[in-house]
Design a protein. Structure first.
Length: 398
């Protein structure tokens, strides 16, 4: 009887040991899977599996690797970056489009190989690579389903690498100044409140563009304070949106051109002295060329610029502005979208600075919130340390 009981006890203990071992193995496996999904290749896998929120992570990782490769090749001074809207899983993002010039004696194939290796090392893939001519090669980089970068490689005997730098103190200083990266920060939605965050942003010793909504309790105050503190003010023009309704009457696609002109003129009268305009909401209105041209025709005679906030990847606002001869630009990054964490806002500001270093300039949009205010004020010193300049929005429109 005793022996039988001992055998049963031993059997139970064996089952417990097996269960513990199995749990341990499953735990280790889960940890390994989790670690992989947080890795560059894991993020790419999740992106292709439908997790659209991984797009920016994948893009930033590939961007850093490509940037390092360009620097290693000595081509960073020839790189120009623009952005193009892209929809991933129903969400709007910005693909980064690079143009890189190589000297006439360089092999574009070797540059292509180096960039491809960098992208693949960051977990990405080269989606396509095609030679338009012996002197132009285009490669598309990203995940298997989505492009994060389009890179155009050009060979030019007169590229910047092959040219001698101007000499002489005056010319040299001017050339160096032109090469300094420039960053413009726009803070939307002024006019709602006269709180500490708004006041600290207005009084901060930095170049800042404040975008003021018309007809709100503190709109006039924001315009006046912007002028008093040396800030640039623009009109934050309400426009029809897909998912949100503006509490201020917006420019709508159902309006006639005359009705649009009348509303825009009214809002400009309520925000005297503004240098330009950007859109508040507007994911529907900015897709409509007729509507946007009607807006631009009001701005033209007043010599006001327009900056497309890019609340829709299908926006035609920038194209409409250029078609009627108005100076314009596009937003590169919403710095405080979907977050109240100043560290995340700070990281996005650093990304904005990297765009400026690569392309020469960058535009970011935020809002007068405490977490944004603290991140923006701290960002000022990082811009100086990087040899870059904070500028007004009007300095970047063309």
């Amino acid at each position: 009887m005793t022996r039988r009981k001992r055998r049963k006890a031993g059997g139970f203990g064996g089952r417990v040991a097996l269960f513990v071992a199995a749990a341990f193995i499953l735990g280790v496996a889960a940890l390994l899977v989790f670690s992989f999904l947080q890795s560059p290749r894991g993020n790419v896998l999740l992106l292709d599996a439908g997790f659209a929120d991984r797009y920016e992570r994948v893009q930033d990782t590939i961007d850093a690797a490509l940037g390092a490769a360009v620097r290693d090749l000595g081509l960073e001074r020839t790189l120009v970056e623009k952005t193009s809207p892209i929809v991933v899983g129903g969400r709007a993002f910005h693909r980064r489009d690079w143009t890189v010039e190589a000297a006439g004696n360089e092999s574009l194939t070797q540059v292509n190989i180096a960039l491809a290796a960098a992208a693949e090392g960051a977990g990405g893939v080269v989606r396509s690579s095609r030679e338009a001519s012996p002197d132009v090669l285009t490669m598309e980089v990203g995940s298997r389903k989505f492009a994060t970068h389009i890179i155009t490689l050009r060979r030019s005997v007169g590229s910047l690498r092959g040219q001698r730098e101007p000499t002489g103190p005056a010319v040299g200083d001017a050339t160096a100044a032109l090469r300094r990266p420039r960053v413009a920060i726009v803070i939307d939605d002024f006019g709602y409140a006269r709180d500490a965050a708004a006041e600290e942003l207005l009084s901060a010793p930095m170049k800042l563009t404040v975008s003021v909504l018309p007809g709100l309790p503190h709109s006039e105050y924001a315009i006046r304070r912007a002028s008093d503190t040396g800030k640039e003010a623009i009109l934050h023009l309400p426009m029809e949106a897909e998912a949100f309704a503006s509490e201020i009457a917006p420019v709508q696609t159902s309006m006639t051109d005359a009705e649009i002109a009348s509303l825009v003129e009214k809002y400009l009268a309520e925000t005297p002295g503004v240098a330009g305009v950007n859109n508040h909401l507007g994911s529907v209105a900015t897709q409509n060329m007729r509507v946007m041209i009607a807006v631009m025709k009001v701005l033209g005679p007043r010599r006001l610029f327009f900056v497309d906030s890019l609340t829709s990847s299908k926006s035609v606002a920038y194209t409409a502005a250029k078609s009627v001869g108005i100076k314009a630009a596009r937003n590169d990054l919403f710095i405080d979208a979907d977050t109240e964490d100043p560290e995340i806002v700070g990281a996005r500001l650093d990304r904005l600075l990297e765009i400026a270093k690569t392309r020469g300039y960058a535009i970011g949009i935020g809002h007068p919130k405490p977490w944004t205010r603290s991140a923006v004020v701290a960002f000022v010193e990082r811009v100086k340390a990087a040899g870059a300049d904070l500028v007004f929005l009007s300095d970047l429109v063309e």
